[in-house]
Design a protein around this ligand. Sequence first.
Ligand SMILES: Cc1cc2nc3c(=O)[nH]c(=O)nc-3n(C[C@H](O)[C@H](O)[C@H](O)COP(=O)(O)OP(=O)(O)OC[C@H]3O[C@@H](n4cnc5c(N)ncnc54)[C@H](O)[C@@H]3O)c2cc1C
Ligand code: SF4
Ligand code: SF4
Ligand code: SF4
Length: 389
Amino acid sequence: MIKVLDKENCCGCSACYNVCPKQCIKMKSDEEGFLYPIVDELNCINCGLCEAKCPIVNKNIQKNEIVSYVGINKCDSERAISTSGGIVGAINEYVIEKLNGVAYGVIYDSGFMPVHARITTKKDALLFCGSKYAQSYVGDTFNLVKNDLESGKNVVFTGTPCQVAGLKSFLGQEYTGLITIDMVCRSIPSPKLWKKYLEWQENRYKSQIDRVNCRAKTYGYHNGTLTIQFKNGKRYTGSNRVDLYMKAFHNDICSRPSCYKCNFKDIERSSDFTIFDSWNANYVTDGLYSDDNKGCSNIICRSKKAFDLINSIDNIELYNASMTKMFEYSGGMESKSISYNEKRRFFYKDLENIGFEKTIISRIEITIVDYVIEKIKPLYFNVLRRGRK
Ligand SMILES: Cc1cc2nc3c(=O)[nH]c(=O)nc-3n(C[C@H](O)[C@H](O)[C@H](O)COP(=O)(O)OP(=O)(O)OC[C@H]3O[C@@H](n4cnc5c(N)ncnc54)[C@H](O)[C@@H]3O)c2cc1C
Ligand code: SF4
Ligand code: SF4
Ligand code: SF4
């Protein structure tokens, strides 16, 4: 029976839940809103599968061949709604259209909560676009991926490094039809916090939410802005400088306990691709790429399959790039866990007792200067835009 029950270790990947032959594991939310496995001991037959498939107990990192690029999706509209260069979107589309396959990734459900979903059309795959900064609900996804692979389908799966490691551990064998994509992942806040944030915004704007984008490129890629469109026509925009949710995320006061000693921060990984932000693409590509502030991705191919696939996709523009240089600008997030912030200690207790806004502003300072810069930004961008016309 699964024993990785201490919270610092369990990343919540759901591999144990997916593998249990007696369906006696449930993923249950703790008081912070993160999911953990709970075993119904009466029905457990002690087969040991849950422990055998746990990626924390059995780390399966392969040493792979590595080629690195900076890339952009040639379709401007798709690149615009993606977080960096829209590369994951171009790969998903290729697998669906050219390889007649299926794509798994994270979409918002009807309440704007991030969930893993199976998608089979190019149009629906657009729902994957954009990072959602709360832990996704995996549910039965690993079993669905396995069914697809066993029936001979090509499958692309995107997730955090711990989710990809969980899937690969669950599958336990290499499938030629499977492509996995992970990212350089800072950490992940809880779905409960995200829900509280959305409710707080709905109260402020006295309207239900129509659309959310955690990192809209309204003011360019290098000035990502959390944007919420409300059903009453009002619109909220707040950058990492002033948005309370993004502030909490970037100050490391609300992440899953396992993110503070992440088992999957490593340059060597079991995925086919690692895709992440390219903050200094001119430097990384030795001037081959000229940054247009519309977003670009660092791409690491770790298998021949990944190398062949990315070079077959007409819709992606690729530039040779140095992996060492990429990591100079990643904040160390590919290999180092975030540091524990003492202000996290009673964060989720306070969230329950004093509410979203007070919990965050009692821990994080946002200065008048921050608000002034935030107010001036749209004016500055409008002037820039007019200047270009
Ligand atoms: C929680 C999180 C933390 C990240 N931290 C960093 C970081 O510290 N540094 C960095 O350089 N890049 C980070 N990234 C990656 C970056 O934001 C982009 O996702 C990446 O550059 C790919 O961009 P894209 O334009 O190709 O694809 P996008 O259109 O942005 O989509 C990427 C894919 O991410 C998947 N996805 C979205 N939200 C989630 C989620 N909550 N859980 C799992 N999968 C999800 C979707 O399935 C989608 O297909 C992070 C992403 C996430 C989700
Ligand atoms: S030991 Fe087997 S039956 Fe028991 S919880 Fe684990 S997988 Fe399920
Ligand atoms: S398999 Fe995943 S969810 Fe289950 S105990 Fe291990 S880390 Fe936690
Ligand atoms: S930091 Fe590590 S444990 Fe946390 S979500 Fe990312 S990969 Fe998973």
